[in-house]
Design a binder for this molecule. Structure first.
Ligand code: DC
Length: 230
């Protein structure tokens, strides 16, 4: 892991240009961990874009909005607030599934994409850029990002990681159950017509199947340093 002081390092990065890093990949591959690492070390604002889909799914479910009623879903979308993304309930696997279900609607995707782009336009010191992680950041949301990463891992390894997280949180889970949920989510995210999960042609692949968290972050940091102007 890097030993440089992020505060000092951050000073050197930007000369009036805001750096955008786009990270995409399937559930449980480690893209959030890599995004948080880059955000800390390179003073980037971080947006986990899955949380916007999760917040919409959560709120719609709370209000008993049927998931096939696009107009009602759009009304809920109009009430979303970035300040609500910290709610720990959004992290539940069940909410991830709701998010995946509503993410198939192009109108909803367009609306949330505008929110993400607004986030990128609102960068002020101490931040010197932004890192967004999700499914379509490099392909749709930020096609001109300075750096695009596609973080993936074998589904079995992703399911094992999810299990360890669940055990750490105190809930028991069947490994097979996690794997089938991961497979189901992969299927839906990769096969939907609107902005499916695909690797952008100019993205760098980081396969974390056999990497430690430190190794994955180190690879991402090295790739970012290659596009920085010093
Ligand atoms: O990254 P996550 O597991 O929190 O995302 C939840 C769901 O939201 C995911 O299964 C699909 C959807 N999503 C999306 O379609 N596009 C994004 N940029 C982020 C998430």
């Amino acid at each position: 892991m890097r030993t440089r002081d992020p505060a000092i390092f951050g000073e050197q990065i930007l000369k009036g240009e805001e750096y955008i890093v786009a990270i995409d990949g399937p559930a449980g591959a480690g893209k959030g961990t890599v995004a948080k690492y880059l955000a800390t070390y390179y003073r980037l604002k971080h947006l986990d874009t899955g949380l916007l889909y999760r917040l919409l799914g959560y709120k719609a479910n709370e209000k008993n909005v049927p998931f096939d009623n696009l107009q009602a879903l759009m009304h809920v979308a109009a009430t979303l607030d970035f300040n609500d993304l910290q709610d720990p309930r959004l992290r539940d696997e069940s909410v991830g599934n709701l998010a995946s279900q509503i993410s198939v609607f192009p109108e909803i995707r367009q609306f949330l994409t505008s929110m993400m782009r607004r986030f990128c336009q609102d960068i002020a010191p101490p931040y010197q850029g932004a890192v967004l992680d999700g499914r379509d950041i490099g392909t749709v949301v930020c096609p001109d990002a300075h750096l695009k990463l596609f973080v993936t891992a074998d589904p079995k390894v992703r399911a094992q990681r999810r299990n360890h997280e669940m055990v750490a949180k105190g809930s028991a889970f069947e490994e097979q159950d996690s794997l089938s949920k991961i497979n189901e989510r992969d299927q839906r995210d990769q096969n939907r017509a609107a902005a499916p999960l695909v690797m952008a042609g100019d993205a760098h692949l980081i396969d974390t199947t056999n990497l430690s968290i430190e190794q994955a972050c180190e690879q991402a940091g090295s790739l970012l340093e290659q596009v920085l102007p010093f």
